[in-house]
Structure formats: C-alpha cells, structure tokens
Design a protein around this ligand. Sequence first.
Ligand code: NAP
Length: 486
Amino acid sequence: MTQPATSTKTRVTALPGDGIGMEVFDATRRIFAAAQAPVEWELAEAGAAVFKKGIPSGAPRETLDSIAKNGLALKGPLETPVGFGEKSANVTLRKHFELYANIRPVRELPGIKTPFTGRGIDMVIVRENVEDVYAGIEHMQTPDVAQCLKLMTRPGCERIIRAAFGLALAENRKKVTCATKANIMKLTEGMMKRVFEQVGPDYPGITRDHIIIDNCAHQLVIAPEQFDVIVTSNMNGDIISDLAAGLVGGLGIAPSANLGDHVAIFEAVHGSAPNIAGKGLANPTALLSAGIMLLRHIGAFEAAATIEQALFITLAEGENLTGDLSPRGHGVGTDKFVGQVIDNLGRTSNLPSRVYSPLTLTPWPDLTAHTEPTSRELIGVDIFIESDLSAAELGSSLTQIAEGSQLRLDSISNRGVQVWPATGGHTFLVDHFDCRFMLKAPAQGNPPQGIADLVKAIGSRHSWMHVEKLQRFDGKDAFERPQGES
Ligand code: NAP
C-alpha cells in the first residue's frame, strides 16, 4: 500500500493546553485535515498538568525541544493552577524562545455584530513582547515601597519597529502608527519613538505617525478605522490589543502570533474557559484563526485562504454558530460548527480577504548589543535611601556627610518630586528618598573613589537601597530630572 506523501508537510508542535484547549485544537485539526492543509502535528504538553507534575516552568524539556526542532507551534490556553508554580507557562515560552513580536490582527468578522459593525476595522497591533516592565525585575525598596524596572533597549525597539514595517509590507498595508508614552517616560518610551523616527525612512512607501498611547486608546474607540498597523511597547500593547479585540467581538475570537528569529508560536487569545470545558460548546474560531496565521507564516497562502473563506461564510450565514455567537438557546456545539466550516470549504464569497505575502523578520545577531558613545562623563550619583526623617532633616544630615568630599548634595526627591531644597509644593512622603549628589569635577573613566567613600559614610548613618550613576553620553544627560527641579 502506498503511504500518503508527508514530505511536503510542515511539522508543527501542537500544544492543546488546558480546559477547552483540546476541544478547540481537535476542531482546528479536523478542519485542517479536511482542507488538506500542508501541516502535520507533533503533540506536546504544557500548562496545568505539567505544573502538577512539579515542573515549575509549566513547559517540560521535551516540549521545548519539540518547538525548537520544528520552529513552529500552535498553542491553546494554558493555566497556572493555584498552588503550583509561580510563573506562567505562556511567559516561559515567550522568554525561552525570545518571541519578541506579538502580532494581533483586529478585524471586523462577517456575521459578528458589535457596536462597531460596518466601520471597516482592519488593523494589526504589533506589541513588543519581552522587554519593558515585563522583564520582571522587581524589588521591594522598603516594606512600603515596591519598584519595577522598565527596561527598554535600542535593539529591542528597532527589531519590533522593523517587524511592524515588515508586516505592513507583507500585508500591503499603508500606515504604521507608533504609540508610546514618550511625553512622560522620555528615555524608555522616548527611545521607541526616536528609533521609530530613525528607522521609518527605510520604508518610504509607508506613511508613519506617532500617537501618545492614551490618545491611541481614545482614538481606538472613537475612530478605530483610522488605524492600519500600530507598533507599541509591551505594557501599552498588552492593554490596547485587548481593547481592540473588544471592538470586533472580544477575546474569544481573537488570534495572535508570537514571533522570534527562530521560533513562531500561534495561539488563541482566550483562556481555558473552565465553565464550558469538556461540554463540547467551545468556539474554535480563535485557534482556527491562529492556525490560518500559521499557514500564512509557512507560505501556505492557498490553504489559509480556503479555510478563512469557509470560516467567514459560516460566520456570515450564521446558521450553525456556537453559543457565544448566538442568541441565548440557539447555539450549536463545537462539533456541528466544525462540520459547517468543513462543508463550506471550497466555497468562495465576496467577503473581504487581504492579499498576503511572506513576512520576513530582520534577523538579529546573537551578540550583546553595545554602542560606545564618543564621550562619556560621570557627573554624579543618585543614592536611594530608606529613611523616616523629614526631607529637611535628611537634607541637613546628607549635606553634612558630603562636606569635604568630592560630591555635593544637589537635591532630594520622593516618588519623583523634589522635596529638598523645598519647592513650596505639598508632597505626600514615603520612606524612600532619591538623593542626588553631583561631582564637583565630572569624571571620565573609572568612578572616583569619592563616590565609594560617600556611600560608605552615608551607610554609617542611614540605610541606602541602591546607587545610580548620573552620566552624560555624547554631551547629553543620560538621566531624567525630578518634578519641581529647576
Ligand atoms: P477565559 O478562559 O478566556 O474565559 C472567560 C469566558 O469567556 C469563559 O468562561 C467563556 O464564557 C468565554 N469564552 C472564552 N473562550 C471561549 C471560547 N473559545 N468559546 C466560547 N466561550 C469562550 O478567561 P478566564 O476565565 O479569565 O481564564 C481561565 C483560565 O485561562 C485561567 O487559568 C487563565 O490563567 C487562563 N488563561 C490563559 C490564557 C492563555 O493561555 N493565553 C489566556 C487567558 C487566560 P461564557 O461561557 O460565560 O460565555
């Protein structure tokens, strides 16, 4: 007996996941098989069952190896059961494979009525997926003061911005909007805006603009049809991509892709919906749509279009839809919905379908990113001190300690607001002060001994938390000033 040829099929790691995961994965697998999509599955485990085996990452070695080998995965929802493991398996996968680009298409789907129906919403949100406050670098500074480092890097900004422009080219989109909070966080969010302005001219056929993230949220609700591609940092993207999904029918039908240089993981955005798990009621649209994105990613455009048209026709005709998309009491089960999509394979409609071409990410070398400025000066230090003194008392104590040293006390701020010398403002104080000392003579090269001596002297009278250098790169201050500082 001749075996069917499998050599032209792309092997994909399948992570059905938890709750309704297996139901929506089986639905996708059946539709893919009926459409003869050129994919073969390699089943792997992640999520609740793995945590319960005592693997704290939620993703065992064999799963990571399978994804690394295939370079592709389709993933259902993963739970972190209470009492097992502290990390999310989703985050483990994202970080392990450096999946830096989260791609969330947001598109009006036929037959899914929302208050925005008819507005022609069709955009993609490109979210930086590994940096920002999600680097997970958090420290309690005092029992009452928590700190989270917001780390954004030039290569991190550049690769996500290039991914956004690359996606615009691949999908024949005309505009990329960069959404940041650069007006407030001038160094971190500002870096994304500056890199966007530097990189944008490399893509002359694409219009580009910048929008402040809060106005972006507002505009997404007021006039969502104006957006084509939005590129943004991790936390901004986390929030606006869910907001945008809500405009076209909610998280239950939203797909997403997590792309890196070596691995791409496609997933449904929804969770494991434990209330309907095992009942055959789940809507597989999100995972199926993620599968369609995967097909395009591997260049199987025809299979992707066939399945997408069958899905769109099923949704538009609205006869056999799952409960979440139907009036109460009129929904069908997953099985019947899948049967309807399969029956519609091969039908064509005038329902909108975009023209796609392969998206190629700019590969990033596995090197430590480092840019050496032409000049680098050390002009002072911020010493963060835990103290229950008043600002005036602390100012007087630190001035005295610094007397005769290589530094002078310049200012003290509390939660970013200058409190010494007093500005006349009224600030609620916590026990965490940023005490800024300036070097009497700026230094090049190694930090002068006077800094270590000052920290030691302060340590004998106060409790310091950490020290930040105040530097100037190429003649420009590489730090921000507190509110109220003149
Ligand atoms: P959820 O699982 O998305 O479910 C919320 C509700 O939305 C469900 O109870 C169900 O509501 C409806 N729903 C979601 N997906 C559906 C589908 N495909 N078909 C039909 N209805 C659907 O959110 P959650 O309850 O907040 O989270 C449950 C678990 O999933 C948590 O452990 C969470 O950590 C995990 N989670 C994982 C991911 C991921 O892996 N990417 C994402 C989110 C959450 P009704 O039946 O009431 O309409």
